[in-house]
Design a protein around this ligand. Structure first.
Ligand code: PEP
Ligand code: MG
Length: 503
């Protein structure tokens, strides 16, 4: 009932003479078409509401945006399809998909998707990997070249889309599908095997998740822990903040599901390409450099505390490690840890149990954190390197921009040197150094990262068995030699050629 009340408010806005009058006035006076008049009026109202001091009024900006978008779709004859409700098997072709669009997809109906924009590490691509939905992103012209009803081959491994192929090509790809299925079945023998090199170096192969629902795939693929739970997905696709109780139930479910294996839960990392309708951040020139993650949490301590309370309450159900995203320097760690102490004190006052064993770590994904990792290591229990952001910040290459995706390169010598610096500084203080960016699941990178001394590799669950097979065939001493050599090469082309030769 209270959710339906939102639509009453929307209906009232539709009748509002100020809104409608402004649109009609523009059509009559400026001789513009209805779609244009609507968009400029709605944008103006959104701007006004977003500037207001009152939080309730600021949140109304999202309502205006919603109704504006829906009227616009009606005017343009675009039907409003919910991706969660697709009822026939298909490949989705879109200009862009938000992470929550991807999260809603039904794996049984959506066989794959193609987008015009975005990069490999945009969150809709990361979600696709978690859900094992094949995807090709950043094609620039997919929506122009592909028409409804076309027969499409989508090869996510190689970033290839073939439209209306000949029978011969279809046969080739059917054979490839058989080979992939056979290879997957063969990997099952590695499910309970140790992640150990030929000469005895043991590492941890963990999984990245976005929801408790992902645990089934994590267990099926024999991951040794959760290296990153992106909790922001609990906050998405809804109209209000998840309550402490809702969050507690989700964290408990994950910790219990992982049966005392380590679980790294990252505190809210909203902003960038992940948005919440009910927490409008406003338009930013550079969202990935903007009001994001720990910056929001240290500003909105009310939101942060609810999450920390839920985490500490859940801590007694497994081996919890808490991780802060987007740390740029020591002060943020100290402030966040102070809030943790306040939360623990509150729980003690209320007689609520929590574990004393909870480790607190940080993501190293901003170059300033990598460069000062010797300082930061003294104040935390672990590091996890977030290469998705570290690459974009250190090379100044937007991870979402398909036009410069060829420059987004984890093998750039600058990135590899930063990674080495972080691992060495972490080890000097005796703390674990892991990685939860997409690079950790990249077959080519694993041997180098192993050689550089990485302790934990966290990736999409579907990549774990392949990684374990690879690690078990590697020699740590040899990998260290490869790592040393790579750090002395000058370009990523040389580095990739060298790695290919060695592997
Ligand atoms: C990263 O930046 O590498 C990371 C794991 O975090 P996210 O992809 O959610 O930004
Ligand atoms: Mg990140």
């Amino acid at each position: 009932k209270d959710k339906a009340a939102i639509f009453d408010a929307h209906l009232m806005m539709l009748d509002d003479p100020e809104l409608i009058g402004a649109v009609i006035g523009q059509i009559e006076n400026d001789k513009v078409n209805a779609e244009y008049a609507l968009k400029s009026t709605v944008d103006m109202f959104i701007g006004i509401f977003e500037q207001m001091d009152n939080e309730y009024m600021r949140e109304r900006a999202a309502d205006i945006k919603d109704i504006g978008g829906r009227i616009s779709n009606i005017l343009l004859g675009i039907s409003d399809i919910s991706l969660g409700e697709i009822s026939e098997k298909c490949i989705v072709v879109a200009k862009d998909l938000t992470p929550s669009d991807t999260a809603q997809m039904d794996r049984n109906m959506v066989l794959g998707f193609v987008t015009d924009v975005g990069g490999r590490t945009s969150h809709s691509a990361i979600m696709a990997r978690t859900l094992e939905i094949p995807a090709v992103v950043g094609t620039q012209n997919g929506t122009i070249n592909i028409k409804n009803g076309d027969f499409v081959i989508l090869d996510g491994d190689n970033g290839v889309v073939i439209i209306n192929p000949e029978g011969k090509i279809i046969d080739e790809y059917n054979k490839k599908i058989d080979e992939i299925i056979k290879h997957k079945n063969e990997l099952v023998i590695y499910k309970d095997a140790e992640s150990i090199t030929l000469d005895g170096r043991l590492v941890e192969l963990a999984a990245n998740i976005g929801s408790p629902k992902d645990i089934a795939a994590v267990l099926k693929n024999g991951a040794e822990g959760i290296g990153l739970f992106r909790t922001e997905f609990l906050y998405m696709d809804r109209d209000t903040m998840p309550t402490e109780e809702e969050q507690f139930q989700s964290y408990k479910e994950v910790l219990e599901g992982m049966k005392n294996k380590p679980v790294i839960i990252r505190t809210l990392d909203i902003g960038g390409d992940k948005k919440l309708s009910y927490l409008p951040i406003g338009e930013e020139m550079n969202p990935f450099l903007g009001y994001r993650a720990i910056r929001i949490c240290l500003d909105r301590i009310d939101i942060f505390k609810i999450q920390l309370r839920a985490l500490y309450r859940a801590s007694i159900y497994g081996k919890l490690k808490i991780m802060f995203p987007m740390i740029s320097g020591l002060q943020e760690i100290l402030s966040a840890k102070e809030i943790i102490e306040e939360v623990k004190q509150e729980l003690r006052n209320e007689g609520i149990a929590y574990s004393d064993e909870v480790q607190v770590g940080i993501m190293i994904e901003i170059p300033s954190a990598a460069v000062t990792s010797d300082i930061l290591a003294k104040h935390v229990d672990f590091f996890s390197i977030g290469t998705n952001d570290l690459v974009q910040y250190s090379l100044a290459v937007d991870r979402m921009n398909e036009k410069i995706s060829h420059m987004y390169d984890p093998y750039n010598p600058a990135v590899l040197r930063l990674i080495k610096m972080v691992i060495d500084n972490g080890h000097k203080e005796g703390i674990m150094v892991g990685m939860c960016g997409e690079m950790a699941g990249d077959q080519g990178a694993i041997s180098v990262l192993l050689g550089l001394g990485l302790d934990e590799f966290s990736m999409s669950a579907a990549s774990v068995l392949n990684a374990r097979k690879l690690v078990r065939g590697l020699n740590y001493e040899k990998a260290q030699e490869i790592g040393d050599k790579v750090l002395n090469l000058s370009t990523s082309v040389e580095i990739k050629e060298y790695i290919n030769k060695m592997l």
